[in-house]
Ligand binder design. Structure first.
Ligand code: ZN
Length: 197
């Protein structure tokens, strides 16, 4: 089954009933991201990046995503009607991007696709793509407020690491001096340090 046919079948299905956006957690309280979860997400970001040597001069984040078997597309590659159908089955509620995971109806193989609104500057596009990528990395299974908060947190951490790298070569400097495991381990140790009283 080709990709277009596969997509057509998937977007015809819609989301299950329980996948509507929840404004609150199940206990009725508004969702607040706990600090330990923010730490987990920061750590996931640096682990994800260091796995693919993000400090190399020719590092390309879009290539990184495609090499993980995820299709990466621009909004302009869809008709407005198809894009609207994708929004309905997206794991994401952000208007600027779409993240869809579905089994290929022919093979059962898992297909993953990210699409983003390319009418933004390059850093903004990067944030959108990382936000959608986060829904996959964090194993989100349905649309939710907490999923959106987590995805934005991951996108912020990824963007900051890459921005600092591009401008100041922080990762490259540390890796050249002390090695990749030192870079990740030092960040891991630091964010788990106890607060001095
Ligand atoms: Zn989202």
């Amino acid at each position: 089954m080709d990709e277009a046919e596969c997509i057509k079948q998937v977007i015809g299905k819609g989301l299950p009933e329980n996948s509507t956006l929840q404004a609150t957690m199940e206990d009725g309280k508004p969702y607040v991201l706990p600090p330990w979860r923010v730490n987990d997400i920061i750590l996931l970001a640096i682990e994800t990046l260091s796995d693919v040597n993000y400090y190399d001069d020719d590092f390309d984040y879009k290539k990184m995503i495609r090499e993980q078997g995820i299709k990466l597309k621009k909004f302009s590659s869809f008709t407005p009607e198809n894009l609207e159908e994708f929004r309905k089955v997206s794991l994401s509620r952000w208007e600027e991007g779409v993240c869809v995971i579905f089994p290929n109806p022919g093979t059962g193989e898992q297909c993953r696709m990210i699409a983003y609104n390319e009418k933004h500057n390059s850093i903004e596009c990067m944030q959108i793509v990382f936000h959608e990528f986060a829904h996959i990395k964090l194993h989100h299974t349905q649309q939710s407020i907490n999923g959106e908060v987590e995805a934005t947190c991951f996108a912020l951490a990824m963007t900051m690491f890459l921005l600092l790298e591009k401008l100041f070569h922080v990762g490259k400097t540390v890796v050249n001096a002390a090695g990749k495991s030192f870079l990740v381990q030092t960040i891991r140790d630091t964010i788990k340090q106890k607060e001095a009283i």
